[in-house]
Design a protein around this ligand. Structure first.
Ligand code: C2O
Ligand code: CU
Length: 485
C-alpha cells in the first residue's frame, strides 16, 4: 500500500534560501505538520470501520511482484500414465509428467515462473495456480476469451509470484474428474533468505476411490457424492503412495508442508507425541507459530509445520487422520533415528504483520453468500450460491484495495470449504463468535449450518473465482465470480 502521509519535497528549490526566507519556510512547515497531524487525527476518528480495518491491513503483504529478472522454465505435460499407488499394483491415472503428484516446482521469491504446458489428455484442461496472486488471465480459469486447452494443445503460463509459500496447481476444468485421476502438484515459492531447517518436506494428502482391481472408479459426480461431501475414497495416499516415511535425525528441525489435494475429504492429522507448530496457513506465514492442535485441513488448504524432534530418543510415530473419530486413517510415518544433531535455534518464520480486525464485526456485511442445494440440473442436484448454480451466476463486485466484510451462510447440512482466487482473507467470526486466527487464508471450511464472516482486502484487479473446493459441489454449481475493480 502506498503511504498516506509524507511531506512533499517543497524545499528542493534551486536557489539557496536567505536566512529570513528559511525562517519563513520553517514556520510554514511547522504549521503544515501541525495541521496534518490534527487533520489525520480528525480523519481517524471520523473514519469508518472499513477505513480503520484497511489501515490495520496495510503492510500485511506486497501490492506488486518484484521480478528479479530470472525466469525459471518448466515443461509440464498432462497425459494418461500408469503408477503404483498401493501394494505394487499398477493404477491407470492422469498425471503431470507421468508422476503423481506432479513435479515439485520450486522457485525463489522474485523469480518468474514460466510453464510450457502441453495437454495430451483425452479432454480439454487448464492449470490453475491455487493461492498464487498473479495476473487474472494466468489463473487457469476457462473464460470465453481464454478457453480451456484442447487435447493436443499447448499454453505458456507465466507469472512472478508476489508471496513466498506453499502453493499448488491443478486443473480448473472438469476438476472433479481430472484432480481425482491424479492431476495435482505443489508449487513452492522459497523466501529470498531460506530459514535453516534441516529438511523441507512436502506431504500431499489425497484419497482415491479405487475398484477391487485398484483402478480409479470411473463414475464421477454420482448422486451419492453430490448429496454428501463429494467423493471420498477408500485408499489414502501421501505423495501418491500408502507407505510414505519421513526419516529424520534426533534433534533435527523440519519444515513439513501439508497440502490437501482430495476432492472432498478433510484431514485432521494427529502427530502423537510430536509437537508440531503451524507456521503458515494456505501458503502465508502466520503472526506467530501456534500449536497444531486438532486442526482441520480441508480440500485446497495448505499448512506448514515446524517440528523439532527430541534429541534423546529414537521414535517411530504413525501420523493418523482423526477427522472422523470413529474411523482413524493412518497417513504416513515419521522415523527418528541415527546420530543426534544440533537443533538449529532460529526463530520460526513469521509475518511481521497480520491484522486481527477486532472491530471488523462492527462493519456491515458487504455481501452475504447463501450456500444451499436444490433438485435439478445436469446431475439431478445443484449446489447454489444465493440461489444461482454456475454457470448461471451473478457477478459480485468487490472493491479493489478496500476492506470488505463477507459472510458465508451455510443453509445446508454439508460442509463447504470456500476458496477465493486472487486474494487472502482473515476469518472474523464463526456463528457470530469472534475468531482471531493469527493468519490469512485462501480457503475456509464452512461446516454444516455454520455462518462464517471474513474480512478481505483484494489487492489484485480481475474477475476472480469463488467456489466450494469440494470439487463435486463446484461441478454441480457452487461457483461464482468476484469482480475486483
Ligand atoms: Cu484449488 Cu479454484 O481452486
Ligand atoms: Cu461444498
Amino acid at each position: 500500500m502506498q503511504s498516506k502521509s509524507g511531506i512533499p519535497g517543497a524545499l528542493a528549490g534551486r536557489d539557496r534560501p536567505s536566512c529570513w526566507s528559511r525562517f519563513r519556510w520553517s514556520l510554514l512547515l511547522l504549521g503544515a505538520v501541525a495541521c496534518l497531524g490534527a487533520c489525520t487525527k480528525a480523519r481517524r476518528s471520523r473514519a469508518t470501520v472499513q477505513e480503520r480495518m484497511l489501515d490495520e491491513f496495510t503492510g500485511s503483504y506486497p501490492v506488486s511482484a518484484r521480478p528479479n529478472g530470472t525466469v525459471r522454465t518448466f515443461d509440464v505435460v498432462a497425459a494418461p500414465a500408469r503408477v503404483s499407488l498401493a501394494g505394487g499394483v499398477a493404477t491407470d491415472v492422469w498425471a503431470y509428467n507421468g508422476q503423481v503428484p506432479g513435479p515439485q516446482l520450486r522457485v525463489r521469491l522474485g523469480e518468474t515462473v514460466r510453464v510450457r504446458f502441453t495437454n495430451r489428455l483425452p479432454q480439454a484442461t487448464t492449470i490453475h495456480w491455487h493461492g498464487v496472486r498473479l495476473p487474472n488471465d494466468m489463473d487457469g480459469v476457462p473464460t470465453d476469451k481464454r478457453p480451456a486447452i484442447e487435447p493436443g494443445g499447448t499454453f505458456v503460463y507465466e507469472f512472478t509470484p508476489k508471496d513466498a509459500g506453499t502453493f499448488w496447481y491443478h486443473p480448473h476444468h472438469r476438476s472433479s474428474e481430472q484432480v481425482e485421476r491424479g492431476l495435482y502438484g505443489v508449487l513452492i515459492v522459497e523466501d529470498a533468505a531460506l530459514p535453516a531447517y534441516q529438511q523441507d518436506v512436502v506431504w500431499i494428502l489425497d484419497d482415491w476411490l479405487l475398484t477391487p482391481d485398484q483402478q480409479v472408479e470411473p463414475s464421477f459426480n454420482t448422486m451419492h457424492d453430490l448429496m454428501h461431501d463429494g467423493r471420498w475414497g477408500n485408499v489414502i495416499t501421501v505423495n501418491g503412495r500408502t507407505d510414505t516415511v519421513l526419516a529424520a535425525s534426533p534433534g533435527s528441525r523440519v519444515r513439513l508442508r501439508l497440502l490437501n489435494a482430495a476432492n472432498g475429504r478433510v484431514f485432521t492429522p494427529d502427530f502423537g507425541s510430536l509437537q508440531p507448530r503451524v507456521i503458515a496457513m494456505d501458503g502465508m506465514y502466520g503472526r506467530q507459530p501456534v500449536p497444531l492442535g486438532r486442526a482441520e485441513i480441508a480440500p485446497g488448504n495448505r499448512m506448514d509445520l515446524d517440528i523439532t524432534f527430541p534429541a534423546a530418543v529414537a521414535l517411530d510415530v504413525p501420523v493418523i487422520d482423526r477427522y472422523w473419530a470413529p474411523s482413524p486413517n493412518p497417513l504416513a510415518r515419521i522415523r527418528v533415528d541415527g546420530d543426534p544433531v544440533r537443533t538449529p535455534g532460529f526463530p520460526a518464520p513469521a509475518r511481521a504483520h497480520v491484522p486481527s480486525y477486532r472491530e471488523g464485526l462492527k462493519a456491515p456485511v458487504a455481501t452475504e453468500f447463501i450456500l444451499n442445494a436444490r433438485r435439478g440440473g445436469a446431475f439431478g442436484i445443484e449446489w447454489t450460491i444465493n440461489g444461482h448454480a454456475f454457470p448461471d451466476h451473478a457477478h459480485v463486485p468487490l472493491a479493489l484495495g478496500r476492506w470488505s466484510r463477507l459472510r458465508f451462510t451455510n443453509v445446508s447440512a454439508r460442509i463447504h470449504p470456500i476458496h477465493l482466487h486472487g486474494m487472502f482473507f482473515h476469518v472474523l467470526a464463526r456463528n457470530d463468535a469472534p475468531v482471531d486466527e493469527p493468519f490469512f487464508r485462501d480457503t475456509v471450511l464452512v461446516h454444516g449450518k455454520e455462518i462464517v464472516d471474513v474480512g478481505v482486502v483484494p489487492l489484485d484487479a480481475g474477475d476472480w473465482m469463488m467456489h466450494c473446493h469440494i470439487l463435486e459441489h463446484a461441478e454441480a454449481g457452487m461457483m461464482t465470480m468476484l469482480d475486483v475493480h
